[in-house]
Design a protein around this ligand. Structure first.
Ligand code: BES
Ligand code: ZN
Ligand code: ZN
Length: 501
């Protein structure tokens, strides 16, 4: 999708589809209260064209409500689409992001390939433009890659219309939002790939290609190198697979960045999780192709970092492997020695994400990371704890977490902090080894996963994102396709940027 900023007057704008957002100005919260819809555009031309439907009450400006007008009077555009943002008081960047996605998906369904969106000028200009760009680019994504009847209805061009006075701020927001959302779509594309198309080796190749296109350094380590590094935890997961694992290491070292901090981004890249010998049930097992969503989120964040160039050093480690049952696969009860030297009793081979991340986190530290963040589809339990609205977040450091939490306003993503203090540590004690890879009880499963990872970060400030419940959307929404969401890309990017000079 090509994006451009225009400052032309709305009435004379030639367009297939002109999109104008609207809010409900009524403060009456009762159910049957009459809506007072009002359009948000810098001049009154669109409001004039829509005056009739607005007074008739056909359109209430509820969040993501749409109304299409053909040949709108007094406008050069062929069609005018009104998209609601809901109550005026609550309408902000998050509502704009969704509404822009709704507009794009509306256009796609009709085979319309170009649209113009009027930027509301009553909110912060740069963040509104960014949110609209993000929503539009994210709305353009579809997951039907391998359908023979696939109708590629992607949008060719998006014009954002702003008044001349707001041109620079709007252009900056548009550029940033486009980059961030394209990076998120890159992650979604990877996550959607089936296990037979996206092996650890292919994931390594995709990372290399992205890195070379964006000026990042990238190395992919083979099994031998991981053996030399003594990554016993990571390799134990890979040993049951005919496909070799890949440890993907990317580095971003911008000129002028201070020596510290060095941000360490670590992702779970399990390209297919069968559970291993602790085999998963067949129902829904096909979904386990998305068990590399944490790794993909890190690659997406790296792409955004490479393009938006915050002045801070970043290292990214993606631990890519399959988790398969086989004659060579590890068995429940096996003891593995992690790269850090810690011994691990593997109670359940399906708790493999924490094993690969144990070595990934430790290795990122040996490469010089002084702040760590990891993302992983780590536990089913996080869905039981938090549902599918907020993802889980854990941290050993309040300051690092505060920075992460402050970035959520801009990213528009929802994370909820869960505890991981030492009182929970008893759950992962083993009688034969230093720790075991599952909790002694079924309770607090997401916390047990976090406690295990915490063993490998030491005193380094660290954030763990458990995105298992949000990485995949089962049914489509007006603003986004079903399938991979690319959750965490935006929040990881914001967190990294918050450390930039
Ligand atoms: N990849 C799964 C977690 C998962 C579940 C991701 C559902 C997405 C959707 C992970 O490797 C796993 O199997 N975890 C186990 C841990 C348990 C054995 C302690 C789980 O959650 O059941
Ligand atoms: Zn598993
Ligand atoms: Zn897994």
């Amino acid at each position: 999708m090509k994006t451009e900023l225009l400052t032309s007057p709305i009435d004379s704008l030639q367009s297939e589809l002109l999109v104008v957002f609207a809010v409900n100005k009524s403060e009456n919260t009762e159910k049957d209260a009459k809506a007072e819809p009002a359009l948000l555009a810098s001049d009154g031309a669109a409001a004039k064209a829509a005056a009739d439907v607005l007074t008739l009450g056909d359109f209430k400006a509820e969040a993501n409500e749409t109304l299409l007008l053909h040949a709108p009077a007094g406008l050069a555009a062929k069609r005018l689409l009104l998209v609601g943002l809901g109550k005026e008081k609550k309408a902000g960047a998050n509502e704009l992001r969704k509404a822009a996605g709704t507009a794009v998906r509306f256009a796609k369904a009709k085979g319309i390939r170009s649209l113009a969106i009027a930027l509301p000028e009553n909110l912060d200009i740069a963040s509104s433009a960014r949110a609209i760009a993000e929503g539009a680019v994210l709305g353009d994504y579809d997951s039907d890659t391998y359908r023979s009847d696939r109708k590629d209805r992607s949008i060719d061009s998006l014009s954002l219309i702003a008044s001349a006075a707001n041109k620079d701020a709007a252009a900056a927001g548009l550029n940033e939002g486009t980059i961030i959302a394209e990076s998120q779509n890159f992650a979604r594309f990877l996550i959607n790939e089936p296990g037979n198309y996206l092996t650890p080796t292919i994931l390594g190749e995709r990372a290399k290609k992205m890195a070379s296109e964006n000026g990042l350094k990238c190395e992919v380590y083979s099994t031998e190198k991981m053996q030399e590094l003594k990554m016993g935890a990571f390799l134990s997961v890979a040993q049951g697979s005919a496909e070799p694992p890949a440890l993907i290491v990317l580095t971003y070292e911008p000129e002028g960045a201070p020596a510290e901090p060095v941000m360490g981004l670590v992702g779970k890249g399990v390209t297919f999780d069968t559970g291993g010998i602790s085999l998963k049930p067949a129902d829904n097992m096909e979904k386990m192709k998305y068990d590399m969503a944490g790794g993909a989120a890190m690659l997406g964040a790296m792409q955004a970092i490479a393009q938006l160039k915050p002045k801070v050093k970043v290292i990214c480690v993606v631990c890519a492997t399959e988790n398969m049952p086989d004659g060579k696969a590890q068995k429940p009860g096996d003891v593995q020695i992690a790269m850090s030297g810690k011994s691990i009793e593997v109670i359940n081979t399906d708790a493999e994400g924490r094993l690969v991340l144990a070595d990934g986190l430790h290795y990122a530290k040996t490469l010089g990371a002084t702040r760590l963040i990891n993302a992983a589809t780590l536990t089913g339990a996080v869905a039981i704890a938090l549902g599918q609205i907020s993802a889980g977040a854990f941290s050993n450091d309040d300051e690092a977490y505060e920075k992460f939490a402050s970035g959520l306003a801009a990213s528009g993503e929802r994370f909820w902090r869960l505890p991981c203090d030492d009182e929970y540590r008893d759950q992962i004690k083993s009688s034969i080894a230093d720790i075991q890879n599952t909790g002694l009880t079924r309770y607090g499963g997401a916390i047990n996963g976090a406690m295990f990872l915490k063993e490998f970060v030491g005193d380094t400030p660290w954030i763990h994102l458990d995105i298992a419940a949000l990485a995949w959307l089962d049914s489509e929404k007006p603003w986004t396709a079903k399938g991979p969401t690319g959750v965490a890309v935006r929040s990881i990017f914001e967190w990294v940027r918050s450390y930039a000079e």
